[in-house]
Design a protein around this ligand. Structure first.
Ligand SMILES: [Zn+2]
Ligand SMILES: [Zn+2]
Length: 293
C-alpha cells in the first residue's frame, strides 16, 4: 500500500492538471493520494472524478499558508467542508494577499532592471488559482534571467532577496481551530524544513498546537534529513501525533519530489481518517468523503 498525502496540481504551483496528477499516481502505483494545493480547493472535483475512474483513493486537502510566532508555517488541512464560511473567507484572504503581492514583486524586479510583466508570468502559470512566486520564478527561467526555480529564489525571490514582498498568511492556531470547526483535521507540513525559521516549532510549540487541535506532523519529507526525521518522529510519538510522509510533488516544478518518494504508513493513515471522521461528526458539516475505488 503506497500512500502519498501531500501533492500539488496546476491549480496552485504544480505543473499537472488535477486529473493528470491522479492518472500519474495510478500509473506509478500510488494507492492513496492527497491533493493539497496551496490555499485552494479548486482541483478537488476534477481529481475526485479521475480518482473514481482510475481506482486511486483520494484524500482531499489544502496546504494553508499560516504564520506562527512571526514565521511562515504550512498547514495541511484534510477533509474540511470547503463551504465553511470561516474557512472559505480565510482562504480567499490568503489568495487575495498572494495576488496583490504579484504586481509588487514585478515592480521590484523591474527596478532591478529585469524586463518582466504579468503576461510573462501568466504565460507559464497555466490554470492556477493564484499566481505566486514559483510562477514568477518560472517566468524568470523562461526569460533566461536564471537557470531554474532554485536560482530564482536564491537570487531574487527568497525572504532575503531583493524581489521579496511580504504577504498575508493565516494565524496558525486560529486556522487549526477553523479546520476542526469545518470538520477536517490538521497536519503540520515539513515543520523542520531548513529553509524556514522553525525555532517556535520546538516540542513546547508543537505541544501547544496539539492542545489547540493539531492531529499530526509530516515527518518524512525531502526537506528533512535522516537525523531530523528521527528526532521529529520521536517527538510525534511523545505527543501522540499522527506521523505522515509525502512527496510534496509539484510535477516538473520541483526536482527530487517524485510521487511516492516518501510515504505514510497505513496505520497512520487509518488514525488520521478516524480523527477526520470524529471531527466531521463533531462539526456537523458536510465534509468531503475519501474517494474509494
Ligand atoms: Zn509547503
Ligand atoms: Zn506543498
Amino acid at each position: 500500500m503506497r500512500i502519498d498525502l501531500h501533492t500539488h496540481s496546476d491549480r496552485s504551483d504544480g505543473t499537472e492538471s488535477p486529473a493528470a496528477l491522479v492518472r500519474r499516481a495510478h500509473d506509478e502505483g500510488i494507492d492513496v493520494l492527497g491533493l493539497t494545493d496551496h490555499d485552494t480547493t479548486e482541483g478537488w472535483d476534477e481529481a475526485a472524478q479521475e480518482a473514481a475512474r482510475t481506482g486511486v483513493t483520494l484524500v482531499r486537502g489544502i496546504e494553508v499558508s499560516c504564520t506562527f510566532a512571526g514565521s511562515g508555517v504550512h498547514l495541511l488541512a484534510y477533509l474540511p467542508d470547503p463551504t465553511h464560511p470561516g474557512l472559505a473567507a480565510e482562504l480567499q484572504r490568503v489568495l487575495d494577499g498572494r495576488n496583490s503581492r504579484l504586481p509588487a514583486t514585478l515592480e521590484r524586479l523591474r527596478a532591478l532592471g529585469i524586463e518582466i510583466d504579468v503576461h510573462d508570468v501568466r504565460a507559464v502559470a497555466g490554470e492556477t488559482a493564484a499566481m505566486g512566486r514559483p510562477h514568477v520564478a518560472d517566468a524568470l527561467v523562461a526569460l533566461g534571467v536564471v537557470a531554474d526555480r532554485n536560482e530564482a529564489f536564491d537570487r531574487y525571490l527568497g525572504p532575503q532577496g531583493p524581489g521579496y514582498v511580504h504577504r498575508y498568511a493565516a494565524d496558525l492556531e486560529t486556522m487549526i481551530g477553523t479546520v476542526a470547526d469545518a470538520g477536517g483535521v490538521s497536519v503540520l507540513a515539513h515543520p523542520w524544513a531548513s529553509r524556514h525559521d522553525h525555532s517556535a516549532l520546538d516540542e513546547r510549540g508543537i505541544r501547544l498546537l496539539r492542545d489547540t487541535g493539531l492531529s499530526g506532523v509530516e515527518v518524512d519529507h525531502e526537506d528533512h534529513d535522516e537525523p531530523t526525521r528521527a528526532e521529529l518522529r520521536a517527538l510525534a510519538e511523545r505527543l501522540d501525533l499522527v506521523v505522515t510522509g509525502a512527496s510534496d510533488h509539484h510535477g516538473t516544478g520541483k526536482v527530487a519530489h517524485d510521487l511516492g518518494c516518501n510515504t505514510t504508513a497505513v496505520g497512520q493513515l487509518d488514525r488520521l481518517l478516524e480523527l477526520a471522521t470524529k471531527a466531521a461528526a463533531a462539526s456537523g458539516r458536510a465534509t468531503p468523503a475519501v474517494v474509494h475505488p
